[in-house]
Design a protein around this ligand. Structure first.
Ligand code: 6PG
Length: 479
């Protein structure tokens, strides 16, 4: 077979298929491979006229069809299937070739795979791809990690197929070495969970406290989507809320079981943050809220517990409350992005990746699930001050939170009084207040630890470590 293909895609389920079509539509010749050959045939039968596809029937044919250095994109389920594909293909590759893993892999797996393949001269490019099926076809946001050489060979092609931001720049950048691309994608998903949870809380407040119908709430979200909350997730929220179930005529949200599922990237974001010691409380609350929703038996057993119920407001009160909810949602969103960017900065420092946070914000401006007007502001904040310790240190965001906080607090008071759970809003505000606090009760925690475990403490007025002899004369000794 002639070695004609510039890139190859193995794993032709919907994401792989659409990505292969995207490359072909941009004028690249694309080798195709799938474990079951029927999928390859189907793709060519349905979309063959979109571009130059080179269908292949087995790994050897697939590899032989690729021009060198080979660019082999793997679009299979993360975990074991990725390792199987690597085991199958790596022996057929030569030094300088690239294996691009476009799945949602755990960054630690990507680091391991990159190390192993580097030893054989093969570039392993762990790549986050966000945007779902539509994004894969029309332009996703792409987060490739791996070597500088691999980006030189692959970057121009990725720039062609990626989404474009409003200023025309492609939503792809070389994130950094080894697992950095998958790390950044994981945190993207953690932020996605937080965004979805915060939007969900705003919805529930508008429903229970403002007394609005789903269709009316859809209108509120549509209006918010014309302002600073302009984002894909707010836009689709309005669509979901205005949808009526064909079978019953009821609002779609009222016929769907309220048990949120997850594939695990939000959980990874929190697990990794725990290991790095980064407080990502609003992302964590989003993960916990999904898991709580799934405990149907526990919820059924707890439904009769005492507590207030919501008392919907009158029309004028509801309109005023809706404006306050917008403030609370926006302020909480700033905090959850602050937490996510903190996690990326911490991962970058821990693993020596040198991730450019402004560039990450820039490539999330379009194509990905959390795409939002807001991300251009984050990009600008990091571009203006590359060493910005926290997004809340940016004057613009700090000013907006300052202006929003009275309403944010009022919304939390109303939610608490009426028994509406808002863990995301509450965690975000607690994070903000903890950062502002002159003194935290952590001093007391240190005293308790020293009391029961002689774990020692530091003093505000002298250097060194100290221990108080709690069980004796309570004298203080150097520790
Ligand atoms: C994206 C999405 C994508 C996927 C999530 C869904 O960026 O395109 O995040 O990766 O839809 O994994 O995650 P859950 O199933 O965990 O909600």
């Amino acid at each position: 077979m002639a070695t004609t293909a510039q890139i190859g895609v193995t794993g032709l389920a919907v994401m792989g298929r659409n990505l292969a079509r995207n490359f072909a539509r941009k004028g690249y010749s694309v080798a195709l491979h799938n474990r079951t050959a029927a999928r390859t045939r189907e793709l060519v039968a349905q979309y063959g006229e979109e571009g130059a596809f080179v269908p292949t029937g087995n790994p050897a044919e697939f590899v032989a069809a690729l021009e060198r250095p080979r660019r082999l994109v793997v679009m299979v389920k993360a975990g074991g299937p990725t390792d199987s594909v690597i085991r199958e293909f790596a022996p057929l590759l030569e030094p300088g070739d690239m294996i691009v893993d476009g799945g949602n892999a755990h960054f630690a797996d990507t680091r391991r795979r990159e190390r192993e393949l580097r030893g054989r001269g093969i570039h392993f490019v762990g790549t986050g791809i966000s945007g779902g099926e539509e994004g894969a076809l029309h332009g996703p946001s792409i987060m490739p990690g791996g070597s500088v050489e691999s980006y030189a060979a692959l970057g121009p092609m990725l720039e062609e197929v990626a989404a474009k931001a409003a200023d025309g720049s492609p939503c792809v950048t070389h994130i950094g070495p080894d697992g950095s691309g998958h790390f950044v994608k994981t945190v993207h998903n953690g932020i996605e969970y937080a965004d979805m949870q915060l939007i969900g809380e705003a919805y529930q407040l508008l429903r229970d406290v403002a007394g609005y119908s789903p269709a009316r709430i859809a209108d509120v979200f549509r209006e918010w989507n014309t302002g600073r909350l302009d984002s894909y997730l707010v836009q689709i929220t309005a669509d979901v809320l205005s949808h009526r179930d064909a079978a019953t005529g009821k609002p779609f949200v009222d016929v769907v079981e309220d048990r949120a599922e997850q594939k695990g990237t939000g959980r990874w974001t929190v697990q990794i943050a725990l290991d790095l010691g980064v407080p990502v409380s609003s992302i964590a609350e989003a993960v916990f809220a999904r898991s709580l929703s799934g405990h149907a038996d526990l919820r059924a057993a707890s439904r009769a517990l005492p507590g207030p119920g919501a008392r919907p407001l009158d029309e004028a009160g509801a309109a005023a409350f809706a404006r306050q909810v917008e403030q609370a949602l926006y302020a909480s969103k700033i905090v959850s992005y602050t937490q996510g960017f903190h996690e990326i900065a911490a991962g970058s420092a821990e693993y020596g990746w040198d991730v450019d946070l402004g560039a990450v914000a820039a490539i999330w401006r379009n194509g990905c699930i959390i795409r939002a007007a807001f991300l251009d502001r984050i990009r600008a904040a990091y571009d203006a001050r590359p060493g910005l310790p926290s997004l809340l240190g940016d004057e613009g965001f700090a000013g907006e939170i300052g202006a929003a906080q009275d309403d944010w607090r009022a919304v939390l008071v109303a939610a608490t009084r009426q028994g509406v759970p808002v863990p995301g809003f509450a965690a975000a505000l607690a994070h903000y207040d903890a950062l502002r606090a002159e003194r935290l009760p952590a001093a007391l925690t240190q005293g308790q630890r020293d009391y029961f475990g002689a774990h020692t403490y530091r003093r505000v007025d002298r250097s060194g470590s100290f221990h108080t002899v709690w069980g004796g004369d309570r004298s203080e000794v150097d520790a």
